[in-house]
Write a protein that binds this ligand. Structure first.
Ligand code: F6R
Length: 610
């Protein structure tokens, strides 16, 4: 996730910006840059790689003679990590420089218009449009130009803007991306997060969506999006620095669970246009390509493999194309049947998992077309693929995946619907209604987190002494059961297994005894009665049953000790809702059992060895 710092004050700006960016390193980044106004001109220094590379380039900022500047650490989304794609970005005339955190969803259209009017772009980023739009709309009034520019932007953004006509002030804007203002006698700041400025001040303003901030060395003015002045209360930060780096959360897994509504929104909404059509940027799959494809393999590891199981159910149902899901470590050595009519969907958060990368290369060698779903821009898997779809989850730091899994799921739904649409297997009306439900998933996830946080915490306290847990489900519920079980075992060290609910009686039911925890996922209406019978089977053998189901399925109450009801949505999207309380259960169980949630024993975030 990008990080922004801005400063104007009595002191040299560059060292303050570099220090602030260092405090934002925890957010993850692949390049960094700063812009300062020096002798009436904008000086930009930026570099791919660690902050130390930039710091060395500018001698820790000591030689940049300026008391104003904006800084940025970039987590690549649009365009690979490179010097050119690093922020700040400058308008052609050199009057404006900007830093941006977020995603400008309509940048393709904005860029096309700017290019048509003769503007030359220097980077592949979505952000650069902002610098050029500012120049276009500037008629001598900085705030008016900012207002006009942001009126054209769709998506999420936190912006820092400097303009050579005003060497004593800079402007910042916030919409759906984090940004706070810090005030002190030595100068004023903006930052993506509190740690960046905690060494200088504890006095901050929180901003509302749409707020525009005008910062001088000795004053800060805040306006709403219509440029009406806004009065804010100063808040005093009492957190310690360590807590602040996690945005006030106790650990990254918790933070990342709660970031899911934002991550889902950023991944889904830019892929649905105003006409209600799916736009898969980076994918060149035509109707003919899809018709030609006679087999789809989904290949991945761990949680990403569990996304693949949802993919199998969903793609087969919507397109009637056969889908096989393979663990990458198996696929690469098992002589699979692949040819030029095979589409291989590779799923990976890191884009560097050794087995997944090797399976991709094997599939490619055998003639398959490779479509990958990846979170890290410019990663090896992305580079090796024919088509890449990025999940815009932002950097995932906790070892146990949460927001990457959820955004991968949403990409799978979009791919399935896209293919069905291209093949003419879904009506316009059905597609529209599915997409409208998908767009609502981030809101439902937010609702689930809010409602269930105290409930799941209490359940974890109750269950914290257990040694074993069994997760049951049928159909899509089974796919989620696998992920739910992994979430529990990897962070809380409780032994757990997932079973297709109908399979338990073929052996494993012998392990069910008094107070064995069974978590039943029971949302698929087609098989609800069957799942209820399976729950009954374990209940009558003494199991302690926690059931997850959709609102209205009250029949589950008679066979459950606890029920978590989830809001209704299209059944296809239920995995996106079900997984959230399951991630929370893993997390709260780990906390209750005193485990190191973010770094479970023996695990690494990116598995780059076989
Ligand atoms: C579990 C988890 C892992 C990863 C797996 C694949 O919480 O995070 O199972 O899903 O190691 O990693 P990527 O997606 O980076 O290929």
């Amino acid at each position: 996730m990008c990080g922004i710092v801005g400063y104007v004050g009595k002191n040299q700006a560059a060292p303050i910006l570099l220090d602030g960016l260092a405090k934002l390193e925890y957010r993850g980044y692949d390049s960094a840059g700063i812009a300062n106004i020096v002798d009436g001109k904008i000086e930009i220094n930026k570099a791919k790689g660690k902050l130390a590379v930039l710091s060395d380039l500018v001698d820790g900022g000591s030689k940049i003679d300026s008391t104003i500047g904006i800084g940025h650490t970039r987590w690549a989304t649009h365009g690979k990590p490179s010097d050119e794609n690093s922020h700040p970005h400058m308008a052609e005339g050199g009057k404006f420089a900007i830093v941006h955190n977020g995603i400008i969803e309509n940048y393709i259209e904005l860029k096309a218009n700017l290019v048509a009017s003769g503007v030359q772009f220097k980077s592949e980023t979505d952000s650069e449009v902002v610098a050029h739009l500012l120049e276009k709309h500037y008629e001598g009034d900085l705030l008016a130009a900012v207002k006009k520019t942001v009126e054209h932007l769709e998506g999420s953004y936190a912006l820092g803007i400097v303009c050579t006509d005003y060497p004593d002030r800079f402007v910042a804007v916030r919409r759906s991306s984090p940004l706070i203002v810090g005030i002190s006698d030595e100068g004023n700041f903006v930052a993506s997060d509190i740690p960046a400025i905690l060494a200088y001040t504890r006095k901050i303003y929180h901003l509302n969506d749409g707020d525009i901030v005008d910062l001088y060395a000795d004053s800060v003015k805040i306006y709403d999006s219509e440029l009406n002045p806004v009065m804010k209360q100063v808040e005093v930060v009492t957190w310690d620095v360590k807590a602040a780096e996690k945005g006030g959360y106790d650990c990254f897994m918790h933070k990342e669970i709660e970031e899911q509504p934002r991550a889902l929104h950023d991944t889904i909404s830019p892929r649905i246009d105003e006409q209600g059509k799916i736009v898969l940027d980076g994918v060149n799959l035509t109707k003919e390509d899809i018709e030609k494809c006679d087999k789809i393999y989904i290949v991945a590891c761990g949680s990403a493999y569990h996304v693949g199981i949802v993919g199998k159910y969903t793609i087969e149902k919507l397109t009637r194309k056969p889908v096989e899901v393979d663990l990458a470590s198996e696929f690469r050595y098992r002589d699979p049947i692949v040819n030029e009519n095979t589409l291989m969907i590779i799923i990976s958060q890191s884009g560097e998992t050794a087995d997944t990368l090797a399976a991709l290369k094997e599939g490619k060698r055998m003639g398959a077309r490779i479509l990958s779903i990846v979170n890290v821009v410019g990663s090896s898997i992305a580079n090796e693929s024919d088509d890449v779809l990025y999940t815009w989850a932002g950097p995932e730091i906790a070892v146990a995946t949460t927001k990457a899994y959820s955004t991968q799921l949403s990409m799978i739904y979009l791919i399935a619907l896209y293919m069905a649409d291209k093949l003419g297997m879904i009506s316009e009306e059905e597609l529209r209604s599915n997409l409208s439900a998908l767009l609502d998933v981030p809101n439902l996830v937010e609702e689930i987190i809010k409602k269930n946080d105290p409930i799941v915490r209490e359940l974890a306290e109750k269950y914290k002494e257990i040694d074993h847990a069994y997760y049951l489900g049928r159909n899509l519920d089974y796919a989620v059961a696998m992920e739910a079980s992994l979430k529990l075992k990897e962070v809380s060290y409780v032994h757990s297994e997932a079973y297709a609910a109908g399979e338990l009686k073929h052996g494993t039911i012998s392990l069910i005894e008094q107070d064995t925890l069974v978590v039943a996922l029971a949302s698929c209406s087609k098989v609800l009665e069957k799942t209820l019978s399976n729950i009954e089977e374990v209940k009558s053998r003494g199991a302690l049953v926690l059931t997850l189901t959709s609102e209205g399925n009250t029949a589950v109450e008679s066979v459950s000790d606890h029920v978590i009801y989830l809001p209704k949505t299209k059944e296809m999207f239920m995995p996106s809702l079900e997984v959230v309380p399951m991630q929370m259960l893993g997390y709260y169980m780990a906390i209750a059992r005193g485990c190191d949630v973010d770094k479970p024993r023996n695990l690494a975030k990116s598995v780059t060895v076989e």
